[in-house]
Design a protein around this ligand. Structure first.
Ligand SMILES: [Zn+2]
Length: 541
């Protein structure tokens, strides 16, 4: 009797042990991975507005997650398309090919948009806004690799107001990538993914939420005098919204097409959050017995940031509201999966400069480079030196593309042309260096900057020379701000991991944007993307 009991007990223990083993094998991956990219989010925004973030949003990710505090882009130009491609491919423009939002086709001199694809059609509306696919991206993404690892049985859905913010993260094998069309305020896609919108997307569009959100206009979430992290509301460093005479609250959002203006308001993010939650519910993400992937990017932070800058009440309000949207997503994940069955990461596609005029008002250096004058002076100088004005056929991402055909035909020495351009630019305020992109090793810049430039250079798609301005100088406008440089204010972005297997920790060692997909591949036990150059960030337990 005693022996039998012992046997039963042993068997029970064995079963429990075996079940435990099996369970841990099955739990090798979470039910759902959620990638969040906040467009134009600087690292310091995690802290700058923290006093008034809720307990359940960004602060929860910081408190309960792994906070990589010194995470940087490792290439320039730091712009949206390159950023989204790099987060998800674990590599740099030199390898994945997305060297900017657009670039010049070296053969024809024509502009190419990063996700242009004339072989596909718009799905969900009329017009060309859906002539898009990821075909210009030469490598796979972590979203592709996770599908590959699961015999394409899992699902990937990618969502952003900006087409490039959805298409590039979704990779080549996404089940759906959706972006926003402001003509009728709809979420659309392209025939690359499907021939017609799923019924749930049609239903969502029919609800006309964009129209409803913009109707009330945009006022601050809290009384305006409590926005003490920002400058005055009426500031000479901010741009005006369409139809407005001053950059001040309340913004009516009625001065132009409200369905377009929603982008430059926190409601663009809220609309994105609504759609993302609907996608998780309707597509039953994480409920299919596989590890699914939701890639969501919040674009409105970029539109608001460009118009009003980092010191504006508009940006502060946008982040306070984004925090609430993120809290709602985390609450949804809690309710439907549990924290240990989801893996969330949050980062940004680039950061942003301060408004130069604002810095000047506080005696700090910076300025707006007079691009129009620079280009006309270059034209004059090349006419004088070579008798030619058409030696430059393209200008993108602070790079100049030389007209190789004319250079060859007229037997013009490339080196001599570079010297003429450089001497001309040297006369202009804000100019630092003209970098010959074909001979980056010949530059006198420090190692970090030469690496950043080399990582962003792709001979098939990049220009011949890069105009490097002094820190806090940019090509743009006197009001608002922009990004794209190799300087830390453009490269330093948040990186937070949260949920499945992640313990609260802070990483102060420098990490790079390439590490994100490599780290996810390691944790999810799949191969890293095809062009990956990142390293695994050690999981602190
Ligand atoms: Zn931007």
């Amino acid at each position: 009797m005693k022996k039998t009991s012992l046997l039963i007990l042993t068997l029970m223990c064995m079963t429990t042990w075996m079940y435990g083993q099996k369970k841990s094998t099955d739990s090798n991956r979470p039910a759902l991975v959620v990638g969040i990219v906040v467009d134009q989010m600087r690292y310091d925004y995690l802290y700058k507005y923290a006093d008034r973030y809720s307990n359940n949003g960004l602060k929860r990710l910081m408190r309960e997650g792994m906070n990589c505090q010194d995470n940087h882009y490792n290439y320039a130009p730091t712009v949206t398309a390159a950023g989204h491609a790099s987060v998800y491919t674990g590599t740099v423009p030199a390898v994945h090919g997305i060297v900017g939002n657009e670039w010049t086709d070296v053969a024809t001199g024509k502009k190419v948009y990063c996700t242009d694809d004339s072989t596909v059609n718009t799905v969900g509306t009329t017009g060309k806004t859906g002539f898009m696919s990821p075909k210009n991206m030469w490598t796979s993404t972590i979203t592709d690799q996770l599908k590959l690892a699961q015999n394409f049985k899992s699902k990937t859905i990618a969502i952003a107001l900006k087409d490039r913010g959805a298409i590039l993260p979704g990779g080549h094998s996404a089940d759906g990538a959706y972006w926003y069309d402001s003509k009728e305020g709809r979420w659309i896609t392209s025939s690359f993914y499907m021939q017609s919108l799923p019924r749930w997307v049609q239903t969502f569009n029919a609800e006309q939420r964009a129209q409803k959100y913009t109707k009330a206009g945009w006022n601050t979430l809290y009384p305006i005098n409590t926005y003490t992290s920002s400058g005055p509301d009426d500031s000479p460093y901010e741009s005006k919204m369409a139809g407005e005479t001053a950059p001040i609250f309340p913004h009516t959002l009625q001065g132009g097409n409200p369905l377009e203006l929603i982008r430059t308001s926190p409601y663009g993010n809220t609309l994105t959050k609504d759609f993302a939650i609907q996608a998780m519910t309707e597509e039953k993400l994480g409920k299919n017995g596989t590890t699914d992937f939701l890639a969501v990017s919040f674009s409105s932070t970029d539109y608001v940031g460009h118009s009003f800058g980092p010191q504006s009440i508009e940006l502060e309000d946008t982040y306070l509201r984004l925090d609430q949207d993120i809290a709602e997503i985390l609450t949804y994940l809690d309710k439907n999966y549990g924290k240990d069955q989801v893996l969330v990461f949050l980062t940004a596609d680039h950061a942003v400069a301060d408004v130069p005029g604002y810095l000047n008002s506080h005696k700090m250096p910076g300025g707006v480079f007079d691009r129009v004058k620079a280009m006309s002076e270059i034209k004059k100088a090349t006419q004088e030196a070579f008798g030619q004005t058409d030696l430059i056929i393209g200008e993108d991402n602070s790079q100049l593309y030389f007209n190789k055909a004319v250079l060859a035909k007229m037997n013009i020495d490339r080196e001599k042309l570079i010297q003429v351009v450089k001497q001309t630019l040297k006369k202009q305020a804000g100019f630092q260096e003209l970098v010959d992109l074909q001979h980056i090793e010949g530059s006198t810049l420090n190692n970090l900057y030469t690496t950043i430039i080399r990582n962003g250079y792709n001979p098939d798609r990049s220009g011949d020379v890069m105009i490097l301005l002094k820190p806090q100088w940019f090509i743009g406008y006197k009001t608002g701000t922009t990004h794209s440089t190799l300087y830390a204010y453009d490269t330093h972005v948040p990186l937070l991991f949260y949920g499945w297997k992640v313990k609260p920790s802070e990483v102060t060692e420098r990490t790079s944007i390439s590490d994100i997909s490599t780290t996810l591949a390691n944790w999810l036990h799949c191969m890293e993307p095809s062009g990956s150059i990142g390293q695994v960030i050690p999981l602190k337990r």
